[in-house]
Design a protein around this ligand. Structure first.
Ligand SMILES: Cc1cc2nc3c(=O)[nH]c(=O)nc-3n(C[C@H](O)[C@H](O)[C@H](O)COP(=O)(O)O)c2cc1C
Length: 465
């Protein structure tokens, strides 16, 4: 018996008109795309044609409090609401997964469960929820708080939050509707299970008015990499996004995270790890390098420093020379793993403050690779086959060209190597990722198609009665 070759999973991380800090000023980029739905529809179509597992939309819940003269020079000021954006993209696409960030810190779990159940229904089982806990005070200020909750508290709440949300997704067993006109029974009451949750952070007593998601649960994604973040992921996540700079660091993270799964009775395969990669692609090494330098030359120093500071809890660099070393930084209640990554990068490569913001301008600490399709595929293959990654979240430096270059040049190279699908074989995001559909706790596996989603035929039959 032959077993299928393990293949990469790829996410297309869509953000504005590119992940590079200066993308919007690039001559090939139309900056108004950042605020136009047509732009995102176009990107989703490109990603689907290239057979990406999913598109991913990130989110923040506020504008960073950088001085206005810097803010006007940066393009990250605009975010559509990710769930509404994905609802629109669901109608534009048929197969690609749709993953959105929603913070567990600021939205009551009932709202989140219902919105994702709806997105999963309207997309035919393609949704994924990237649970983040948020990491800044400026977001807290939009929700009646003077400062954000501590890192530990946010993660503790997140753990309980996931339990509540899963309970709500299980409000209904699969196929609860009878639509029995003659018997006057719209649904089978035995298939309704109300949540009775009284916990430390949340109290929820009720049920969703939305059918169980097509996938059972939307795919659970997590993007924190600190110790607390890894513990949360090991307990709950099925897909993990992470920023890693070197293959050694990525391997250490991969084995640390996968090593925690057994404590939760989970197999290493139950969770896929996708580090970020930002590819600058040329038909020759020289062309790629020129493309990279062109983008780098557009970085405004004030914006670069603002980006660095924003990630470091608003650290004030004004007392330090830009060409001097990175000072000692206090640990913050913000994005701890990213802060550690920046410090490690600066120390390892002996970077000045200026060199550090220049390095992170391309993808905020995600790996940047500059090269030909072959050399980029070589690096991806190396990470994939040596225990550093199950795939990658692709952060194109510019949109749409950075994404279409990846689709037209790198993906065929990966396909030639047998490392990436040439056609979708599944319909749901879970199927693309090779993840099982969670059975309803009250439905033994045998009565819910061995944990697979209810058959399309049955669903169609129900909808036309
Ligand atoms: C690919 C990727 C995407 C992320 N997207 C978001 C996001 O949309 N919103 C957000 O607040 N944080 C986002 N984060 C940040 C994480 O949620 C987390 O706060 C950060 O990685 C620090 O994690 P830690 O505090 O566990 O170290 C993202 C992280 C990664 C690696």
């Amino acid at each position: 018996m032959t077993t299928a070759k393990r293949q990469l999973h790829l996410g297309a991380f869509l953000q504005g008109v590119g992940h590079h800090l200066a993308a919007w000023r690039h001559p090939d980029v139309v900056p108004s795309g950042a605020v136009r739905i047509e732009h995102f529809k176009n990107l989703a179509r490109i990603a689907e044609a290239a057979k990406f597992d999913a598109v991913f939309i990130a989110d923040n819940l506020g504008l960073a409090p950088v001085p206005p003269e810097i803010q006007t020079k940066a393009a990250l000021a605009h975010y559509f609401d990710p769930l509404l954006l994905l609802s629109a993209l669901a109608g534009e696409t048929q197969r690609i997964g749709l993953v959105a960030t929603v913070s567990s810190t600021y939205l009551p779990p009932y709202h989140l469960a219902r919105k994702f159940a709806t997105l999963d229904q309207i997309s035919g089982g393609r949704s994924g929820w990237n649970l983040v806990t948020s990491g800044t005070d400026f977001e807290a200020h939009n929700f009646g708080l003077d400062q954000q909750l501590t890192h530990a508290t946010r993660y503790e709440r997140a753990r309980e939050y996931v339990d509540v949300v899963k309970g709500l997704w299980n409000s209904w067993e699969d196929e609860p509707y009878l639509f029995d006109k003659a018997g006057a029974r719209f649904f089978d009451p035995a298939k309704l299970h109300r949540v009775a949750h009284q916990g430390k952070h949340f109290a929820v007593h009720g049920a969703l008015q939305t059918e169980r998601p097509v996938q059972g649960y939307p795919v659970l994604v997590q993007a924190g990499s600190s110790d607390d973040g890894q513990d949360l992921a090991a307990a709950t996540a099925e897909l993990v996004f992470t920023a890693q700079q070197t293959v050694e660091e990525a391997r250490a993270f991969y084995s640390s995270l996968k090593g925690r799964l057994a404590q939760h009775g989970r197999s290493p395969d139950a969770l896929k790890v996708l580090p970020g990669i930002s590819p600058v692609i040329g038909r020759s090494e020289q062309e790629a390098q020129e493309k990279y330098e062109q983008l780098q030359s557009l970085i405004d120093p004030a914006v670069g420093l603002g980006l660095l500071s924003a990630f470091l809890g608003g650290f004030d660099f004004s007392r330090y020379p830009l060409d001097g070393p990175l000072p000692e930084l206090p640990q913050t209640e913000g994005w701890q793993s990213r802060q550690e990554l920046f410090v490690a990068l600066a120390r390892r490569d002996q970077l000045s403050i200026r060199q550090l913001y220049e390095r992170i301008a391309s993808a905020r600490g995600h790996l940047t690779v500059v090269g030909t399709p072959q050399s980029i595929a070589d690096q991806m293959e190396h990470w994939f086959t040596t225990g550093a990654a199950d795939g990658f979240n692709v952060l194109a430096p510019t949109f749409p060209h950075g994404l279409s270059d990846f689709a037209e040049l790198v993906i065929p190279e990966l396909q030639r190597r047998g490392l990436f699908r040439t056609e979708y074989t599944g319909r749901t995001l879970r199927e693309h990722l090779g993840l099982p559909r969670p059975a309803h706790p009250a439905q033994p596996k045998s009565s819910s198609q061995n944990g697979r989603q209810p058959s399309t035929a049955k669903r169609e039959q129900l909808s036309i009665i």
